[in-house]
Design a protein around this ligand. Structure first.
Ligand SMILES: Cc1cc2nc3c(=O)[nH]c(=O)nc-3n(C[C@H](O)[C@H](O)[C@H](O)COP(=O)(O)OP(=O)(O)OC[C@H]3O[C@@H](n4cnc5c(N)ncnc54)[C@H](O)[C@@H]3O)c2cc1C
Ligand code: FES
Length: 271
């Protein structure tokens, strides 16, 4: 895999408004990435931040971004043709086996990298239950794209306020899928989204003895293992190199998983 550790200036080819809060940025560039990996995007004099790869078609790749703070709001103000520094791809990707039944558990921007995984997995004969959760209808991400993936993908939606789909957390749907023994056995559950949601997925899969992989994300700086910023307790493994995508067993060995994370100064914050 070719990796670039010096930011390469790439113009934005296209911008797609996904919902009132999220834009997808398309870059014409060959990344050779795997689903679950990320790139570092840089806007000079603003900041540099890791972003999950939402799609990699070989000649172009996408990232989908919430506008929440200085960097992401600056990205949202950019126009087609503006240049962004790109480094990567970085991180340990998700793994899957051909022909398995997979379950995607997506919250927030997690629907984007799990879409990327689904696109690859169905080409390898997998079937997918794609479970998207959001606060309300207007926060849902990627549902129309997921619907267009064809018969091997079944979409399930849950919203906290019940404005669309099942009312409540998307983990209610996971419990139903695991309890229903009629379909093909679930090969693996993948979780990407807010950490309390992923902890619940981890607990459900652990209790039901179902394989799972989790994207454990921490504040990142270098993105390739040299600064130590993204290390997690107690073993100090670097989520940018040994993660972000790890088995449920590894996620559960991280004592801070679902409990706390550290900001760029090292200060601890509870979830
Ligand atoms: C491996 C990895 C992959 C990531 N992939 C994506 C991605 O695909 N899309 C994406 O939008 N972000 C992604 N992020 C988060 C991203 O790197 C930034 O943290 C985020 O864009 C906020 O940066 P900022 O400078 O704009 O705001 P900051 O000042 O860093 O954050 C502002 C506030 O928003 C909170 N916040 C951060 N991210 C979110 C969010 N997504 N939703 C709600 N609140 C948030 C922060 O905790 C903080 O309180 C990823 C992070 C990691 C570690
Ligand atoms: S971000 Fe520097 S080691 Fe992970």
């Amino acid at each position: 895999m070719i990796r670039c550790d010096i930011p390469k200036a790439i113009p934005i080819k296209k911008i797609m408004q996904e919902n009132p809060y999220v834009k997808t940025f398309v870059f014409e560039h060959t990344l050779n990435s795997q689903p679950g990996q990320f790139v570092n995007l840089w806007i000079p004099r603003i900041d540099e931040k890791p972003m999950s790869i939402a799609y990699d078609g070989g000649k172009e790749f996408w990232v989908s971004m919430f506008a929440v703070g200085p960097f992401s709001k600056a990205m949202h103000s950019l126009k087609v043709g503006d240049m962004v520094g790109v480094r990567g791809p970085y991180g340990k990707p998700f793994e899957f086996k051909k022909g398995q039944r997979l379950v995607m558990m997506a919250g927030g921007y997690g629907a984007a990298p799990l879409y990327n995984l689904t696109v690859r997995a169905i080409k390898q004969g997998c079937t997918v239950d794609f479970v998207v959760g959001a606060r309300s209808k207007e926060h849902l991400l990627y549902v129309n794209r997921i619907k267009k993936l064809g018969a091997s993908v079944k979409l399930h939606v849950a919203t906290d306020d019940g404005s669309v789909g099942k009312k409540g957390y998307n983990t209610l749907i996971l419990e139903e899928l695991i309890a229903n023994k009629k379909g093909k056995k679930i090969g693996c559950v993948y979780a990407c989204g807010p950490e309390p949601m992923m902890k619940k997925v981890s607990d459900i899969c652990f209790a039901s003895k179902v394989n799972a992989q989790i994207s454990v994300e921490r504040y990142m700086k270098c993105g390739f293992g040299v600064c130590g910023q993204c290390s997690v307790d107690p073993k100090g493994f670097r989520t940018c190199v040994e993660g972000p995508c790890v088995s449920n067993e590894v996620a559960r060995s991280v004592v801070e998983f679902g409990k706390y994370h550290r900001d760029k100064t090292g200060k601890m914050h509870k979830f």
